[in-house]
Design a protein around this ligand. Structure first.
Ligand SMILES: Nc1ncnc2c1ncn2[C@@H]1O[C@H](COP(=O)(O)OP(=O)(O)OP(=O)(O)O)[C@@H](O)[C@H]1O
Ligand SMILES: [Mg+2]
Length: 362
């Protein structure tokens, strides 16, 4: 019998419990309040960053999981209350430090990729959501910024309905399927129209980049609105190390429109890393036969014209649309399907085509 648990022993295991959103030890974050031990009875006070923290149950589960197996623990009681403003402020300052360099500027550690197209509805958002998950599945840390402020679709595609929360003045991305996301959809009532004008748009994107706790991900994928214009300009200003991946469909007319997205990239002085052709062909589920539904080969032509690699050809597949509507991208919902396989290959091609910034030694 190893006797009663000790306060030190409990704090030691709590040190390994990470906040699901902040990815730091709850002890280091100052989220562990009083810990009292009376014989086999343990009481732990957890200080939540906000009162209605949506991840409360998860934190409770993680704490329970490490404390209950400790020798001598008979009953565990966890109380949760919210931090004071001052505690929150201290936590927030600890996260960002006084002059922490941005991971998105020259010399930063994050590879930033904007997914663009000349026209709407070619599958940018579906592709961005799937690439983000595919990269996360390869062990990378991934942020997904929904820069389509008026026509946002990432929350629905990634199946997230909970609102983003702020710690002090720092906005937390919403995390699902291993991807950290920020979208105007996490900040507004569903279906309420967003009617901001140009300057507001730039301000919103600026906040999404500078006031969100992205925590230096390996990749930041940016889902752009259709067309060219204001948002690309903002992106070039705010994320000067970005490169673009251009999405087109195979039709020649579509390819011509996609060319405009490439022209925009060159106007704002950002490189194009490659082209992804979407809705390229159809694989009959019963026979496996492949049908080129739209002729044209627009993706290959555009890539050749720009002198960049064709990073992938994604088949037209009902499961892509279904999975998007259900909130679980096809790479996770049907990982063996032709579209999922093509999307995973495209993710690998991106890893190969876009060099990771040389990391300065820390
Ligand atoms: N490979 C595919 N197979 C079948 N359906 C697809 C495929 N790619 C996208 N879709 C569907 O096509 C529609 C448009 O896709 P999506 O919203 O991703 O395009 P978008 O380029 O982001 O559009 P917008 O320009 O409006 O932002 C969606 O309903 C989506 O589910
Ligand atoms: Mg979109």
């Amino acid at each position: 019998m190893s006797g009663a648990p000790t306060r030190e022993g409990i704090l030691a295991v709590l040190r390994d419990v990470h906040d699901p959103e902040l990815h730091r030890s709850i002890v280091d974050l100052g989220m562990v309040g009083d810990v009292t031990v009376r014989g086999g009875r343990v009481d732990i006070a957890i200080r939540l960053t906000i009162a209605g923290c949506p991840l409360k149950a998860e934190i409770q589960r993680r704490v329970t999981e490490v404390v209950t197996p400790l020798a001598g623990v008979e009953t565990l009681s966890i109380t949760m209350d919210a931090m004071t403003d001052e505690e929150r402020h201290r936590l927030r300052s600890g996260l960002t430090g006084p002059d922490r360099p941005s991971p998105f500027q020259e010399g930063g550690r994050t590879t930033v990729i904007g997914i663009a197209s000349g026209k709407g509805g070619v599958g940018k958002s579906s592709i961005t959501a799937n690439l983000a998950m595919a990269l996360a599945g390869r062990g990378a840390t991934v942020g997904l910024l929904d820069a389509d402020v008026y026509g946002y679709s990432i929350p629905r595609m990634m199946g997230v309905t909970r609102p983003a929360v702020a710690v002090d003045d720092l906005m937390m991305p919403v995390e699902a399927h291993g991807v950290r996301m920020m979208s105007i959809g996490f900040l507004t009532e569903e279906d309420s129209p967003v009617i901001w004008r140009g300057p507001m748009l730039h301000k919103a994107l600026t906040s999404f980049i500078t006031e969100v706790w992205w925590d230096d991900p390996d990749y930041l994928l940016v889902d752009l609105p259709p067309g060219t214009g204001d948002v690309a300009l903002s992106l070039a200003n705010l994320l000067p190390t970005s490169s673009f991946v251009i999405v087109t469909t195979p039709q020649l007319a579509a390819q011509r429109v996609a060319r405009r997205a490439a022209a925009m990239a060159s106007r704002v002085n950002l490189p194009v890393a490659g082209v992804i052709e979407n809705m390229s062909y159809f694989v009959a589920p019963d026979t496996g036969a492949r049908y080129e539904v739209f002729s044209g080969g627009g993706g290959a032509l555009l890539a050749a014209e720009l002198g960049v690699p064709l990073l992938g050809r994604i088949p037209l597949e009902p499961a892509v649309a279904e999975a998007g509507d259900r909130g679980l991208p096809v790479v996770a919902a049907h990982p063996g399907s032709p579209a999922a396989l093509a999307l995973m290959e495209a993710a690998d091609a991106i890893v190969a085509a876009v060099p990771r910034p040389a990391l300065s030694p820390s």
